[in-house]
Ligand binder design. Structure first.
Ligand code: SAH
Length: 456
C-alpha cells in the first residue's frame, strides 16, 4: 500500500491554497465542504474564487506565495500553473512536516485527493495512488450508481438508533445490524421495530419493481440496487431474462409467468408465494414488465401483502408505451396536434373492450393500446365506426426496445391486415394518432440490430 487512506477532520482548521484559478477553486470547494477556514494566496483570482471572496467564504492574500505563508496551516494545497512555485510550496511544507498536496503531482505531494462519493456521513474514497486518476474517476462514477442517494440519511438514522439503544441498555447483534443495512431506507423504521421484538420472527420486505419494456439498460438505478439486495426474485414472462443477471448470484429466481386463461388463479398463487417468502424473512423483488402500476396488477399485489402486514415498496419502470414510442421514434405528443396521450387496454373484459369509443375516436389525442394485438381488427374498426378518420396514421411496435423490435406503420384501416401479413406475434403496442406521421429517424436508441430493423 503506497498510501494509507485516512479521513481528515478539517472543521475550523486553517488550510492554505496557493493558486487562484479553477483548479484551485475545485480544491477550495472541497475544503469548505469539510468545514475548513481557507486562505488563498495568489496574485489574481479567477471568477469562481472571486465569487467566494465576495461571499466572504475565503480569506485572500493578493500576492505571490512566500515561504513563511504556511506557518499556521493544517493542510496545504499548491494549485498554481507554475511548476517552480508548486515545488517551493511542497518543499517548504515538507520541511515543516505539514501535509501538502500538489494538484496532479503525486511526487511532490505527501497527501493525495481520492475521488469521493459523498453520502455524508458515509464517505467513499477511491484512489489509484496517483497512478491512474481516470480509472479512479470511472470507478467512482460506477460506485455512485450502486449507492442510493439516501444512504447518508439512512446512516445518520442508524447512528441515532445506536445511541438510543445504548442509552436504553439494549443491544442488537451484528446479524441484526446487517439486516437493517439491507432494508430500503423508507422501511428502516418498521424493520427496526421488528428487530426489537425479540421473539417475533423477522419478516422480509417485498419490492414490486418495474423492469421496463425489455432493454435491460432501461431499468432504474433503484431497481438495480434492490435487485442486488434481494434474496428472491420473482419475475413474469414479459421481463427480459437478462435483467436477472443484475441480481445476486445466490438469489433464488422464481418464474411466475401467467397464461391468459388462468390469470386469476395464478394471481392468487403469486400473492401467496410472495407472502410465504417474506414471512420466511426473505427479501423479495417482484419484477414486472414495464411499470407495475400500468396494466400490471401491482396495486392488487401490494394490497394482498399490506393486508397481511408485509412491508411493501413500489419502484416505477418505463412502461411499454414510452419504450415503444422512444425506440420507434414516435413522439407521443406534438404541439397543436396531440394534446393528450391515453394508455388503453385492448383486452376484452366480459367479451368486449369496454371503453367509450366516441370519446376515443376524437381527434387531437394519441392513443396507445396495450394488449391490443389480438383484438386489433375490433379496435381499429370501432374507432373508425365512431368517427375517427380512416386514414389516421397508426403504428404497431412489436418487441419494443429489444433487438427483435419491429415497427409497422399504416393507418387505422390498414394496420390490422399488415400485422397479420407480417406475422406479428410478440408483445405489441399500438400507437394511433397524427403523431405517427412525425416518426423521427433517430438512431442509437436501441441496439444496432433493433435500430437497423426499425429504420429500414
Ligand atoms: N405493466 C406493463 C404492461 C403489461 S400489459 C407496462 O407498463 O408496460 C402487457 C402489454 O404490454 C402487452 O400486451 C403489450 O401491449 C405491452 N408490452 C409489454 N412489453 C412490450 C414490448 N417489449 N413491446 C411492445 N409492447 C409491449
Amino acid at each position: 500500500m503506497d498510501y494509507l487512506p485516512l479521513y481528515h477532520k478539517l472543521t475550523h482548521t486553517n488550510c492554505v491554497v496557493v493558486g487562484g484559478g479553477s483548479v484551485a477553486a475545485r480544491k477550495v470547494k472541497l475544503l469548505l465542504a469539510a468545514g475548513a477556514f481557507v486562505k488563498v494566496i495568489a496574485p489574481e483570482l479567477g471568477d469562481e474564487l472571486r465569487a467566494r471572496l465576495a461571499a466572504a467564504e475565503i480569506t485572500y492574500m493578493p500576492r505571490p506565495y512566500v515561504d513563511d505563508d504556511l506557518s499556521d496551516a493544517h493542510l496545504i494545497i499548491a494549485a498554481t500553473n507554475d511548476e517552480a512555485v508548486n515545488r517551493r510550496v511542497s518543499e517548504a511544507a515538507r520541511a515543516s512536516r505539514l501535509p501538502v498536496n500538489v494538484v496532479d503531482n503525486a511526487e511532490l505531494s505527501s497527501v493525495i485527493f481520492p475521488s469521493i462519493i459523498d453520502r455524508n456521513p458515509v464517505i467513499v474514497a477511491v484512489s489509484s495512488s496517483g497512478k491512474a486518476p481516470t480509472l479512479a474517476r470511472l470507478l467512482r462514477a460506477r460506485l455512485e450508481t450502486f449507492l442510493p442517494k439516501r444512504l447518508g440519511e439512512f446512516a445518520s438514522y442508524v447512528g441515532r438508533k445506536r445511541e438510543e439503544m445504548k442509552a436504553a441498555g439494549r443491544k442488537l447483534s451484528r446479524d441484526q445490524w446487517e439486516r437493517l443495512v439491507d432494508v430500503p431506507p423508507e422501511q428502516a423504521e418498521v424493520t427496526f421495530a421488528g428487530l426489537l421484538q425479540e421473539d417475533v420472527p423477522l419478516t422480509g420486505w417485498v419490492a414490486i419493481v418495474g423492469a421496463g419494456p425489455g432493454d435491460p439498460d432501461l431499468i432504474t438505478l433503484r431497481a438495480l440496487q434492490l435487485l442486488q439486495r434481494a434474496d428472491v426474485v420473482m419475475y413474469d414472462n414479459l421481463v427480459n431474462r437478462e435483467i436477472l443477471d443484475y441480481a445476486r448470484r445466490d438469489a433464488e429466481q422464481i418464474y411466475v409467468g401467467k397464461k391468459r386463461a388462468f390469470a386469476s388463479t395464478r394471481q392468487e398463487e403469486i400473492h401467496d408465494l410472495m407472502l410465504v417468502q417474506a414471512r420466511a424473512g426473505k427479501n423479495v423483488v417482484r419484477l414486472k414488465g414495464g411499470d407495475p402500476f400500468i396494466f400490471g396488477r401491482g396495486g392488487e399485489e401490494i394490497a394482498s401483502l399490506t393486508d397481511e402486514g408485509i412491508q411493501c415498496i413500489v419502484v416505477p419502470g418505463i412502461t411499454a408505451a414510452l419504450g415503444a414510442a422512444s425506440y420507434a421514434g414516435i413522439p407521443l405528443t406534438w404541439r397543436n396536434l396531440s394534446q393528450s396521450v391515453r394508455f388503453v387496454t385492448g383486452h376484452r373484459a366480459r367479451g368486449s373492450i369496454e371503453i367509450d369509443w366516441n370519446d376515443f375516436a376524437k381527434p387531437g389525442q394519441t392513443l396507445v393500446f396495450y394488449m391490443g394485438l389480438f383484438n386489433l381488427p375490433e379496435i381499429c374498426g370501432r374507432l373508425v365506426a365512431h368517427g375517427l378518420a380512416a386514414n389516421t396514421p397508426a403504428a404497431l411496435v412489436e418487441n419494443a426496445t429489444l433487438p427483435t423490435q419491429r415497427v409497422i406503420e399504416g393507418t387505422v384501416s390498414t394496420l390490422s391486415e399488415l400485422a397479420t401479413r407480417l406475422a406479428v406475434t410478440g408483445p405489441s403496442t399500438v400507437i394511433v394518432g397524427e403523431v405517427v406521421r412525425h416518426r423521427q429517424k433517430v438512431k442509437g436508441s436501441s441496439s444496432g440490430e433493433a435500430a437497423r430493423q426499425s429504420w429500414q
